[in-house]
Design a protein around this ligand. Structure first.
Ligand code: MN
Length: 432
């Protein structure tokens, strides 16, 4: 085990046992304070560690200061895995309880450690391409069975990770309001399509990874090379207008039903921090082609939750609890399949998992609460089984204006959590 992942490691900064940002995590983000320009930081406890301030004090001299005074992580990330490793080792050492370098330097502590409440968090990466997969077999089966009860999974599903090319420039950071999309829909029994606001607005609970290495066109990334390419992970909310999607998706897949907004959590949790939580996936049967096979464990034991707050409720209510380990296709398989045809990879591409659900439901009977389903489409079974909020007894089939969706995720260590913080977004009426 790498010393930075040692469960016994402690920082001289106080961190509660259920805090998402202990010394074992050290996720990267981009922050600003007041009118100062955005720059790179690391979350530790309830604070942001300003890496440019550490560099200014001569403590991160293995790197160029410019990579930390940037509005995105891309320049730092492009330096590659050995630099990610070295920087993590250095920051971990500086924050560990026995190291007096920053701990006993009151002046440096004041400039380098900023209370989380005093900063604004920005989109962490300049996102080149955005791809969304469909890698939960539970989700694919549940949704498929709404339309094809006897044959929910397409014949290709267990042979390749299905995905589509999404829109990178409408990926926004947590806290950004999401305008209800307008568009074209056609209810089943209507003869002609209609124009108006989506009435079936949904969330999708997903986990995405950022690539940190380029690959030129014409070259594949093998399963064994995936480690070099994956920098870190975020929680993703792939907002989806189901009524628009239903009318537009054949034959080329989702388009305007997805492109209006995708929200991500602000802190990028590195693959290095997640190392102790890597687990084997569920068995893949029938056998898959060799280019999608590896000996390494590529799933992550990552607890995920979705909570919903309405304009009338005082606090968010948890409506879904699931785990990322139940995905059928792993991140390495997604990347190997993405590049099997020679597709290029850029630093800062985002690859999202697809909706994370962890149990089958066929819309019959009463599901448990909170459920293990990663979308309202499944939770309320296409509007036929509305969910009820305990506090106000409000019913929801899909999202209403004013609703806020809060997603969170964390890996449970022995006495600590390696977490992602949260990604939240409030639905607002159409803005145009
Ligand atoms: Mn999706």
């Amino acid at each position: 085990m790498n010393p930075t992942n040692d469960p016994a490691l402690k920082s001289w900064i106080d961190v509660d046992t259920d805090c998402h940002f202990p010394i074992q995590n050290l996720p990267y983000g981009v922050f600003s304070r007041g009118q100062e320009p955005p720059r790179v930081g690391v979350a530790i406890g309830e604070h942001v560690l300003d890496l440019s301030a550490l560099h200014g004090a001569g403590l991160l001299r293995h790197l160029d200061m410019d990579v930390f005074l940037a509005p995105f992580l891309n320049d730092f990330v492009a330096l590659g895995r050995p630099v990610w490793r070295e920087t993590r080792d250095r920051i971990s050492d500086l924050l560990s309880e026995g190291n007096p370098t920053v701990r006993d330097n009151q002046e440096l502590r004041l400039t380098a450690l900023l209370p989380m409440g005093e900063v604004r968090l920005h989109l962490p990466m300049r996102i080149g391409d955005y791809v969304d997969f469909y890698s939960s077999m539970y989700h694919a089966t549940n949704v498929g069975s709404m339309f094809r009860p006897d044959n929910p999974l397409m014949p290709n599903y267990k042979h390749l990770p299905v995905g589509y090319n999404g829109r990178a420039s409408s990926v926004v950071v947590s806290g950004t309001p999401v305008g209800r999309p307008l568009g074209q829909t056609k209810p089943k029994d209507d003869e002609a399509p209609a124009y108006g606001p989506s009435r079936r607005l949904d969330f999708e609970l997903e986990v995405g990874f950022f690539t940190g290495k380029e690959n030129p066109m014409g070259r594949q990334v093998s399963m064994d090379e995936a480690e070099e390419f994956i920098f870190g992970l975020v929680i993703v909310n792939d907002w989806s207008a189901r009524d628009i999607q239903r009318w537009e998706y054949q034959p080329l897949g989702p388009f305007l039903s997805k492109s209006f907004a995708t929200s991500i959590s602000p802190w990028v949790v590195t693959l290095d921090a997640l190392e102790p939580f890597r687990v084997a996936g569920e068995p893949q049967d029938p056998p898959i082609l060799p280019y999608l096979l590896t000996e390494r464990d590529w799933h992550i034991d990552l607890n995920l939750e979705v909570a919903l707050k309405t304009e009338r409720t005082a606090r968010p209510q948890t409506i879904t609890r699931t785990n990322f380990r139940h995905m059928y296709w792993s991140m390495a398989q997604q990347l190997a399949h993405q590049t099997v045809n020679g597709t290029n990879i850029q630093v800062g591409d985002l690859y999202a998992s697809g909706t994370v659900s962890s149990r089958f439901w066929d819309g019959k009977g009463t599901p448990p609460k909170p459920d293990e389903l990663g979308s309202m489409l499944e939770l309320a079974w296409a509007g036929t089984h509305p969910i009820t909020l305990d506090e106000t007894e409000e019913e929801r089939k899909f999202l209403e204006d004013g609703d806020t969706v809060v997603m969170t995720g964390w890996c449970e260590g022995d006495g600590y959590r390696v977490g992602f913080g949260e990604v939240s977004g409030q639905i607002v009426p159409p803005q145009y």
